[in-house]
Ligand binder design. Structure first.
Ligand SMILES: C[S@@+](CC[C@H](N)C(=O)[O-])C[C@H]1O[C@@H](n2cnc3c(N)ncnc32)[C@H](O)[C@@H]1O
Length: 273
């Protein structure tokens, strides 16, 4: 059954279908220079059959296609996101399904890798999602997920610190009912969920994604990055904007930009063969 959090996410993504991939492609992984999609897909490699849980507009699947994976599939709650994914030439033969990751419309042992990029930490009933991943994975198959980790720095931290109390002050009935599962935040948490299902201990990599830019651009990035921003009323949002510009003024460099970065954790493991 679709949960209140899923209904909220579906409405949000139908309204702003490519916002996440535009945001993610604008960020550059420190020490690498590419977007997190590229770094994540390189760590996973080129499994022939890949399923992306919460595939959005297909940006990650397209990266796997360019890397050489031949059989691609994705599932997402948002028809708007999937419509954009279907327009990607790399995904012309991909199987893109509208639905919930807790009920995968795929057969047993159908994939060599099940992946998820910046989505698993949002999902309700994580145990059910992972049980479904196990069912569709072939023996020895890879499970990999990129999730938010380690908070932000520079102007991203300023935004986070200023906005957090405002998000908490939003009346309950207007809040984003997206709960997520804290076990997706650390390697230990992933092991707790995945270990009993027969996965090896996870390998955990942390990357930092740089969003350094002029203050108004970082503001726009942060407002897209944090879902609850869309729950603030106009007056509160205007107050947050003013406070953000005030508090980041001292961070502006001679080039007119403010440093800003966020952390991503990447968990990888495989099913015992
Ligand atoms: C933050 S976006 C990330 C999209 C994509 N993975 C990317 O990195 O570009 C989260 C996506 O997960 C989808 N989603 C969240 N929970 C889901 C669920 N339980 N089943 C299917 N899709 C889900 C949303 O509709 C949205 O497209």
């Amino acid at each position: 059954m679709t949960t209140p959090g899923e209904l909220w996410l579906r409405e949000y993504h139908d309204r702003k279908p490519d916002s996440q991939s535009v945001l993610i492609e604008a960020g550059k992984v420190v020490g690498d220079g590419r977007a997190s999609y590229d770094v994540f897909a390189e760590l996973v490699g080129t499994p022939p059959r890949v399923l992306d849980l919460g595939c959005g507009d297909g940006a990650l699947l397209a990266t796997f296609a360019r890397q050489g994976s031949a059989h691609l599939a994705g599932i997402d709650l948002s028809a708007g996101e999937l419509a954009l994914a279907r327009r990607r030439p790399e995904l012309a033969s991909a199987r893109l399904e509208h639905g919930r990751t807790q009920e995968l419309p795929f057969g047993d042992n159908a994939f060599d890798a099940v992946v998820s990029h910046m989505t698993l930490m949002l999902m309700d009933d994580l145990d059910r999602v992972v049980a479904e991943a196990v069912r569709v994975l072939a023996p020895g198959g890879v499970f990999a997920a990129a999730v938010g980790a380690g908070g932000g720095s520079g102007a991203a931290k300023v935004f986070f610190d200023l906005s957090k109390p405002m998000f908490l002050a939003v009346p309950e009935e207007h809040r984003a009912p997206v709960r997520g599962d804290r076990r997706t935040r650390t390697a230990e948490g992933f092991d707790e969920v995945l270990g009993p299902l027969g996965f090896e201990p996870v390998a955990w990599d942390e990357i930092v994604v740089d969003y350094t830019a002029p203050p108004e651009q970082v503001w726009a990035t942060c407002t897209e990055m944090f879902y609850p921003t869309s729950t603030l009323d106009d007056t509160t949002l205007a107050g947050l904007h003013t406070a953000f510009l005030d508090e980041t003024r001292d961070l502006i460099t001679d080039d007119g930009v403010v440093p800003a970065a966020v952390g991503i954790g990447i968990a990888r493991t495989r099913l015992a063969g």
